[in-house]
Structures are given as C-alpha cells and as structure tokens.
Design a protein around this ligand. Structure first.
Ligand SMILES: Cc1cc2nc3c(=O)[nH]c(=O)nc-3n(C[C@H](O)[C@H](O)[C@H](O)COP(=O)(O)O)c2cc1C
Length: 213
C-alpha cells in the first residue's frame, strides 16, 4: 500500500513542464497495438481547452479520426505518413474562424458584466471586415491548443507528432464547414523507437533580438 502511494505520488509530481518540453519529440513510428482510453482522450482535450485564445473565443475544434477507412484516406491525404494509421489517437486540429461571432457571451459568463460587454464589443469591432485577422487569430489559438495537447500527452507518458496534410483533401474527408480551417494533424500514442538526436537546433542568439531586427 505504501509503495503504491509513493508510486502514485511520484507519477503525479515527476513530470515537470521543462521535462515535458525537453522530452517531446516528433515521433514517426508509433506502436499500432497501443490503445488510449476514451477517458485519456477526454483528459487531453480538457487540458487543451485551458489554452489561451484570442478574445477567449476558443476557436479549436478537434476531429477524432477513428473509422478505419477514414484513417486510410486521411493517411493518403497526409502523403502516406504511417503515423496516421499507427498512432493510438489521431486528431485533426481545426479552427472555427467565426467563433468570435457565435454567441460570444458564453466566453465571458464568469466575468464582470462591464468586462464581458467591453470584450464582446471590442472583438466584434476588431474582427469585422478583417478576414485575415479572423483566420490568423484562430490559427494562433489552435496552435496553442495543439502544443498544450502535446505537452499533456508527454505528461501522460504518451508521444506525439504534429503533422501537415493536404488541407483540401482532409477538409473533404471530415466535411469541414466553410467557416472553419485546418490547423494541423496530431498523432498521439506510444513510440516504438528511441528518438534520434535533435536534428539541428538554432541558438538563443539566432532567435532572440533586442528591440528590433
Ligand atoms: C506545422 C508542423 C508541421 C509538421 N509536419 C510534419 C509532418 O507532416 N510529418 C512529420 O513527421 N513531422 C512533422 N512535423 C514535425 C517536425 O518535423 C519536427 O517538429 C521537427 O523536425 C523538430 O523535431 P522534434 O519535434 O522532434 O523536436 C511538423 C511540425 C510542425 C510544427
């Protein structure tokens, strides 16, 4: 009993965010026999739902690809990358480009009324007539949620791979609504092999600029 308690305690506290960041790698070979439970999928999505989003519009939508035929077609739309059929969980991360217009009151139910009113009014003004900004902000928000998913997966002892796909083909497969867009495909599961060394990292000096370019 004591050993079980110590094990559970360690399991809860052992994964630091910095470890999850360091250990996350893009996996190409997943164990096809490994299965995730519906409860684990729920836990992953619950974590993703806590991600930041522009005007709290929570634009992300996750299409859980489960049907075998659909997965085969999705694999073809992802240039036959094996992760699509081998991973335990395959999510097409989409975004509702018009989330800001759809009952925005629900994004502010717990906020003071003056804050809610001002946020809603500002968002409607800022996004109106700016299709590019609507899409950009949704894409930023869905990308944040994707990273949260990958780090949460890491905490749960799972691996992941962010993937590109032929968006037009994928949109047809999942019957993507006209006012939605595709952010990325995410494969999650157990990796088969140890990761190869990181292929090449830029340095802090390469990417950190002071005040301007
Ligand atoms: C937007 C995006 C698209 C990607 N597309 C693919 C992909 O189609 N297939 C793949 O194996 N990896 C894909 N990757 C993973 C990158 O290749 C990987 O992140 C990069 O090589 C660094 O390796 P690491 O993630 O293991 O650190 C993608 C990553 C991002 C962010």
């Amino acid at each position: 009993m004591v050993i079980l308690c110590v094990y559970l305690l360690l399991k809860v506290v052992v994964v630091k965010v910095s470890d999850a960041i360091k250990n996350r790698r893009s996996v190409n070979a997943f164990d096809p026999s490994y299965q995730v439970t519906a409860a684990e999928v729920h836990e992953l999505i619950e974590a993703a739902n806590l991600s930041p989003s522009a005007f709290n519009a929570q634009h992300w939508r996750f299409v859980w690809l489960q049907d075998k035929d659909l997965l085969e077609q999705a694999k073809a739309a992802a240039w036959y990358q094996p992760q699509v059929t081998d991973a335990s969980l395959v999510l097409l991360v989409c975004l509702d480009v018009k989330a800001w217009q759809k009952e925005p009151q629900r994004y502010w139910v717990n906020a003071p009324k003056d804050v809610a009113d001002s946020m809603i009014s500002n968002s409607q003004q800022i996004y109106a007539n700016n299709a590019q900004l609507q899409r950009d902000e949704g894409m930023r928000s869905a990308s944040m949620a994707s990273m949260a998913l990958m780090l949460k997966a890491q905490e749960m002892g799972l691996d992941s791979c962010a993937m590109a796909c032929d968006e037009q083909k994928m949109a047809e497969l999942v019957k993507l609504p006209d006012d939605h867009a595709i952010c990325m495909l995410l494969a999650i599961g157990k990796r088969m092999d140890a990761p190869y060394p990181r292929p090449g990292l830029v340095t802090v000096d390469d990417v950190l600029l002071e005040n301007s370019f």
